[in-house]
Write a protein that binds this ligand. Sequence first.
Ligand code: PEP
Ligand code: MG
Length: 570
Amino acid sequence: MRLLLSGHGASRGNALGRARVRQPHALEVVEQRIGANRVEGELAQLHTAIAATRDEMQALRQKLRGALAKEVGEFLDLHALLLDDPELLRGLDDLIRAGRYSADYALRLQRDKLAAVFAEMDDAYLKSRMDDLDHVIGRIHAHLHARAVDLAGVAGDILVSDNVAPSELAQLQAQGVVAIVTAAGSPLSHSAILARSLHLPLVVGAAKALQKINDGDALIVDGGNGRVVVEPGADDLREHRERLRELAREQRELDRLRGKPTRTRDGVDIVLLANAESRDDVANAHALGAAGLGLYRTEFLFLQRNELPDEEEQFHHYRDIVLGMSGRPVTIRTLDLGADKADRTGLALQGEDNPALGVRGVRLSLSHDGVFDTQLRAILRASGYGPVRILVPMVSGREEILAVRQRIRRARARLRKEGHAVAEEIALGAMIEVPAAAIAAHGLVDVVDFFSIGTNDLVQYLLAADRNNEALGELYSPLHPGVLRLLRHVIRIGEESNVPVAVCGEVAGDARFAPLLLALGLTEFSLHPDLLLEVRRAIRNSDRAALQARVDKLLQARDRAGIERWLAAV
Ligand code: PEP
Ligand code: MG
């Protein structure tokens, strides 16, 4: 039956495909009995999943380094013991063989049985071992499900899931998945950013998706408007085809702005830089006439793999980016791992209580000398091939910038001694995304060459609203008087000190907000290349002086509605 679900558009594009539903691992598994002919297959699937879990833990164990290696290692050993527990394994086999339960459900029953034993224990420590059991069962579940997603023939599928990790996206696309719908998630998450880079339509926050969509349903996904039509009718299919034609028309219209200047109606030139995560983005940025790269997110080079990339690999990667922009400046951001960008290499700490407030960005780099120096050396070597700027993520204060400067100085001296070509001048910039750094931006102006405001995180930290938590709804929004005032403050400090200020968070790529950013005095926007022409069009339609004349009114807005009224009136 036809059904319309709505969520948030997180990556544009329209797709028609077949639903492949991936239930979350923690979800209650429904009772499922199997026929005698499926028993052996089900057992084999279960044991493959257990073996994969064992391998995964072993690999994790080998990679542990640093201060917490011992403690974390002990947990993993305990988990490995649970995996080999004859009671657990025999119980599972019996449930499948004699009980004719699906592997999923057998896992659930066995877990509940052991949970009841743990619950009876008086000892709080032993009771807490239940968490370990759940962890192990969860991993086995994950492997059972991963295989379901990996099944051959996913080309043309639309993945429906509770959430999707950045590290999964490229693989899913390579398998032929044409769109993704998630029940949770936010358009500002890193998965959403990466999906946009991959041109993979994504709707997030479609809360009912897992209940209402069945495996095999036909779906139309509109990643721009956040709409999902389940089992579309003839009218929907016609509309879908019309929408595809409309998108192509709109694109042709925007294409006319290629090569045109980004100049306001009153003649002010605005710098449009591109955000990039991949070589495709770089090619796109170049083709669309970006003035340079304002943000190259290096962590994506680290995310899709189990081993850290070495200096040579990073150097070749960064050099390709620099060469790809043929002489236009390339801003390479040092590693911003941690929080929702957890890697598989074991570098970012797992299991922090508050990962967004934890060891991420420059904090992680400064606590891993070898990893940071390798990255800096690779970036500095790439600077021999074209203009490079270095951008530091998650800066809280000047000490961090000074420490990075010193590391760069040392790495440069060593590279020169080794005979490498390194640029004389490499501008060093700070991401302004920690509120305290924004408020105290005056304390950074003499140690940085430029600022880049990361509104995605700045909004999250300023409003105490997780950028990935769909339940917070509109609470996470740049349209808050506090956010606008802080942006104005940083832009002012930059103007007064001759430190260029760009905004590289997602607001810069939203054409609706261009007048607002122009009114606040912004002259540099860094955005995903796909959005460049739209934002150029919005800027070309704006009169900067007229907008700036109304900035006081904007700053007096007391709430989101007031800001929206201001925007509606421009
Ligand atoms: C930001 O926080 O606005 C930003 C650009 O960085 P990221 O989205 O990679 O955290
Ligand atoms: Mg950020």
